[in-house]
Design a protein around this ligand. Structure first.
Ligand SMILES: *Cc1c(COP(=O)(O)O)cnc(C)c1O
Length: 444
């Protein structure tokens, strides 16, 4: 056996391969060098024959110059925070690619003068929610709420104004992000009313004084309280005579028939909210951004505030948002409209296409909106059940597939998987099975 270290090609020789030279132009030479160095290491370890180092490096090149990978979301959670929330539509993706170059994001091409930044996206948002006198877009839902709170509670001297909020709506969104802490971090004082499970209009009314900046209603977007409960609807809060800000969280612009309990911007404004805040990348199905809708003068005040600049969205976001608002249904909306019968047919087709040794089985499952929307709502879905040990190999595959483990089995839930991805799922599972055979591990 010849010593692989002696026959390992030189780095320069491998890098001279035309495919790798092209890759350097496309992905950057640092990235290609690192991939080649890794292939050379594998050659020295005897894992790659010396004559195949360039081939191995080409095969290991990433598609783009980012460590982010496209993932197939087979978790059954539609808006998955760890997977980047809403997947963008093809229309939004095309818009992002176009806007990536120089674009007229802040230029009026007719007059040649400066234009309103993101005019198209803002007009599209307002058209979708005609009740909103004004609209503005910032970086995310938390930024929208921060801007409202900072501007409306700001006082020339002394402590900031108070935000009146029900104790049952002091929500932690996730990863330690707590709405009350956010409000305090921008200078607001909280005036908590009611108890964990119940609050009445009188509780709010008796908390109001000259320090009150606004009443805040927050959608408890990731939990439900059942039993002896009561909360005060926006229509009643609107009678208190102070601004009512509603953080609907999930970003439905209008009621959704499959999610009857989920709040939406149009209804909140019709019921008398002064302002509504929401995320753009939850149920709206768009890019990460924060939507502000409502009273025209208030929105203008927020937009003109110096701090608004620190929360400004970029051209890519504006392009994707506009395309989401005016383009075809977003992938999130399409998934919400899918019937379980259709999912079941796909699950059977998938199962039939898989290596029999996997003993894949079609099972009914519960899909969820996730990501701070429709808490407690399960949507009937269908999954392919597989041996749990496949989870690791599938996450390491190309593209990686993320499912969920339930009762000792790996479920690949089709609720959030587009039909176009089914072929990739079969390929990923077949590759994982072959890798499993090579490792000598059985199907269970
Ligand atoms: C998700 C959510 C937020 C935070 O929005 P981000 O876009 O994640 O910043 C705030 N409030 C509610 C009710 C939410 O559901």
């Amino acid at each position: 056996m010849p010593d692989p270290r002696r026959s390992t090609p030189r780095t320069d020789t491998v890098l001279a391969d035309p495919r790798l030279r092209q890759a350097s132009d496309r992905l950057g030479s640092a990235l290609v060098k690192a991939v080649v160095a890794d292939a050379l290491d594998r050659c020295r370890a005897g894992l790659v024959p010396p004559g195949s180092v360039a081939d191995a490096a080409v095969a290991a090149l990433p598609a783009t110059a980012t460590t982010l990978r496209r993932v197939i979301n087979a978790t059954g959670v539609l808006v998955h925070t760890n997977l980047g929330r809403a997947p963008l539509s093809a229309a939004a993706t095309d818009a992002v690619r176009m806007a990536a170059g120089a674009s007229d994001v802040e230029l009026d091409l007719v007059t040649g003068r400066r234009g309103r930044r993101g005019e198209g996206a803002l007009t599209a948002l307002q058209a979708r929610v005609p009740k909103a006198g004004g609209v503005h877009v910032v970086n995310n839902g938390a930024a929208a709420l921060s801007l409202v709170t900072m501007v409306l509670t700001r006082r020339p001297t002394g402590a900031g104004g108070t935000v009146v909020i029900a104790r049952g709506e002091l929500v932690e969104i996730g990863d330690g992000f707590r709405i009350p802490e956010l409000l305090e971090s921008v200078g607001a004082r909280l005036r908590e009313v009611g108890t964990t499970n119940r609050v009445r209009l009188e509780d709010y009314a008796s908390a109001l004084d000259e320090d009150t900046a606004f009443v805040l209603k927050v959608h408890p977007s990731n939990f439900t309280v059942t039993g002896f409960t009561s909360s005060v609807p926006v229509s009643e809060l609107a009678r208190l005579g102070v601004p009512v800000v509603v953080d609907i969280g999930s970003g439905l612009l209008a009621p959704h028939p499959r999610l009857p309990a989920e709040p939406d911007a149009a209804t909140a404004l019709r019921d008398g909210a002064s302002l509504v805040t929401a995320s753009g990348d939850k149920l709206l199905g768009g890019p990460q951004c924060g939507l502000l809708l409502g009273n025209a003068e208030l929105v203008e005040r927020l937009r003109r505030d110096p701090f608004a600049r620190a929360l400004r969205v970029d051209k890519l976001t504006l392009a994707a948002l506009e395309a989401t608002l005016i383009g075809p249904e977003s992938p999130v909306a399409v998934a919400l409209g899918r019937r379980v019968e259709a999912l079941r047919v796909r699950a059977h087709d998938l199962t039939d296409a898989l290596p029999p040794e996997l003993r894949a089985e079609v099972v009914d499952s519960d899909g969820a909106v996730g990501g701070g929307g429709a808490p407690g709502v399960t949507l009937p879905s269908c999954a392919v059940a597989l041996p749990a040990r496949l989870a690791t190999a599938l996450r390491a595959g190309d593209p990686p597939v993320v499912g969920r483990i339930m009762e000792g089995r790996l479920l690949l839930d089709l609720f959030a998987v587009a039909p176009e991805e089914d072929a990739d799922l079969v390929a990923a599972l077949t590759a994982a099975t072959i890798a499993g055979r090579a490792n000598g591990s059985g199907p269970t």
